[in-house]
Design a protein around this ligand. Structure first.
Ligand SMILES: [Zn+2]
Ligand SMILES: [Zn+2]
Length: 117
């Protein structure tokens, strides 16, 4: 189990930096465009965290749940956990960085390894 708290903190810091650019990304877009509506919807969900309970239960941070474009294929994909290096199957091609056991153990997001909030 080698997942460092400093790593989680730095990932989360990058996430928060990225999230703060969303309102700027909206500025040049037309409010009726699909992208404007999609970004606005995602940013609102990210800010309000309406699925907080199920999100924390599933071990996913706000960025991965609400902001991830999720353009993943549907095929089961094998991945190696970066914490314990065991291989496991994921339900699509957008594989997580950690297995659920490691994510729970370190209290971080399974998909990106950042802090859960
Ligand atoms: Zn693991
Ligand atoms: Zn995450």
């Amino acid at each position: 189990m080698t997942w460092h708290p400093t790593e989680a903190a730095s990932i989360t810091h990058q996430h928060h930096q990225a999230a703060t650019t969303i309102p700027q990304q909206l500025t040049p877009l037309h409010p009726t465009s699909y992208r404007w509506r999609e970004l606005t919807r995602r940013f609102q969900a990210y800010s309000e965290d309406p699925q907080a309970t199920s999100r924390q239960h599933a071990g996913t941070c706000r960025t991965c749940l609400y902001l991830d474009a999720g353009l993943a294929g549907q095929a089961f994909t094998q991945y190696a956990c970066e914490g314990c290096h065991r291989t496991a199957l994921w339900h699509n091609t957008n594989v997580p960085r950690l297995c659920l056991a490691c994510a729970r153990y370190h209290g971080v997001c399974q998909r990106c390894g950042g802090s859960i909030d």
